[in-house]
Design a protein around this ligand. Structure first.
Ligand code: HGY
Ligand code: MN
Ligand code: MN
Length: 408
């Protein structure tokens, strides 16, 4: 197989679905680009001779039946959604690599002993609705209807309506599939460790824990000219005090703690009006759950204190809280073995980004492979990985899937 050509063609094809005129890619859960991508992948899986099917919520599976142990399934894949103006590798590279690895394995070795499936997971980023990991959480039966029944995107489109308009609905199946024996996800590193150290492959040991909040500060909109400074209930002033002090505290805490105020929406966002309201988001991560909890508890207390000091109302909505998750020791060893066999220039590495693997790992033996990100850039149209590294990643994934699905 011409690995480089296949990777390049498939990344270019899938990236064209959701290419954003403002740069990069925007393909959000249940939007029209998302639906077009899932149906395009379904056709692709069928063309590759796979049995292609959706589950109730829109996760897409491509299956090659095993000859001897068909009820033992090795799963590989990643998420099909992107952030807004994101790159063209985060998520979708893991889907493309999985089906290309399966294609290469069948071409070279014929039918596997165990079944192999590629999965295009419906959503991981939490970029459209205040909910993340909808795809993998449904796969492992952790998703709860009540968590999404009343949520909507920033245009007011309700989650449930968007899902049903795409022809999908809640998955009322109680129990998780029992046939999935392993999950391997390949993903770009989204950091610069591999590139800095000149490595082409990362074998992931653990994934960071993270918490995400929507915070609303409510003060009083007022006239910018006639409202003396001492009379103001300025929501942006409150946000800026919180943001500045919290970032300084995070820097003092030091790596691997990270803190991001990614979205800030003042209202009415007008030059000559004292802003009466601001919605902002918080994303805080750490490899150690206790330290993550301690920092966020202090942060929540500090936000409330600043709001009280300025006379603002505050609403703190913690809508995501995922613990740090170790990868499966046996899968790590298998990935290291595959890296050694394919003479890959690899290193063991921890993930500062969240991944579907952290949702699946507590239920299924799970491992991750990283390929380098150029200058560590991600969640940005400039996200890029050398074609050779992308191809090496597919070969590494194929070697791992061979060990899992072709060896008795
Ligand atoms: O935000 C993350 O860590 C991932 O890219 N969703
Ligand atoms: Mn991402
Ligand atoms: Mn991702």
């Amino acid at each position: 197989m011409d690995w480089i050509k296949e990777v390049e063609e498939n990344v270019d094809w899938l990236s064209s679905i959701g290419a954003d005129p403002a740069g990069g890619m925007t393909r959000l859960l249940y939007d029209e680009n998302w639906l077009k991508a899932q149906h395009g992948l379904k056709d692709k899986f069928s063309e590759l001779g796979m049995e292609a099917s959706f589950d109730a919520v829109g996760n897409l599976f491509g299956r090659i039946e095993g000859s001897q142990f068909p009820n033992e399934t090795i799963l590989s894949g990643s998420h099909v959604d992107t952030v807004v103006n994101g790159g063209k590798y985060d998520g979708q590279y893991g889907i493309i690599a999985a089906y290309l690895a399966m294609k290469a394995l069948v071409e070279e070795h014929g039918q596997p002993l165990r079944s192999i499936e590629v999965v295009s997971l419906a959503e991981e980023e939490g970029s459209r609705f205040p909910y993340a990991f909808w795809g993998s959480k449904n796969l492992v039966k952790e998703a709860r209807k009540e968590d999404v029944l009343d949520i909507a995107d920033t245009d007011g489109v309700k989650f449930v309506d968007a899902m049903r308009q795409c022809g999908f609905d809640f998955d009322d199946e109680e129990n998780m599939r029992e046939d999935i024996k392993a999950f391997v996800e390949i993903h770009i590193e989204q950091g610069s460790v591999l590139e800095t150290e000149g490595k082409s492959i990362g074998v992931v040991t653990s994934i960071v824990g993270q918490k995400r909040y929507n915070v609303t500060l409510k003060g009083q909109a007022n006239h910018a000219g006639t409202t003396p400074m001492g009379y103001r209930k300025d929501a942006v002033y409150g946000f800026s005090k919180i943001c500045s002090a919290a970032i300084d505290k995070a820097k003092a805490e030091g790596d691997p703690l990270v803190l991001t105020f990614g979205k800030v929406e003042p209202k009415p966002n007008t030059v000559n009006v004292v802003p009466g309201e601001v919605l902002f988001t918080v994303d805080c991560r750490h490899t150690d759950q206790a330290k993550l909890d301690q920092f966020t508890e202090q942060l929540e207390a500090y936000m409330k204190a600043i709001a009280a000091e300025i006379g603002l109302e505050i609403d703190i909505d913690l809508w995501m809280s995922e613990p740090p998750v170790p990868m499966d020791k046996n899968i790590i060893a298998l990935l290291e073995e595959a890296a050694k066999k394919s003479k890959a220039n690899y290193r063991i590495i921890h993930s500062g980004a969240g991944h579907d693997s952290q949702i699946i790992a507590p239920r299924v033996p799970t491992g991750m492979i990283f390929v380098p990100s150029i200058q560590g850039i991600s969640h940005n149209p400039a996200e890029a990985t050398e074609l050779n590294d992308l191809a090496e990643g597919v070969k590494m994934l194929a070697a791992a899937l061979y060990e899992l699905a072709y060896i008795a």
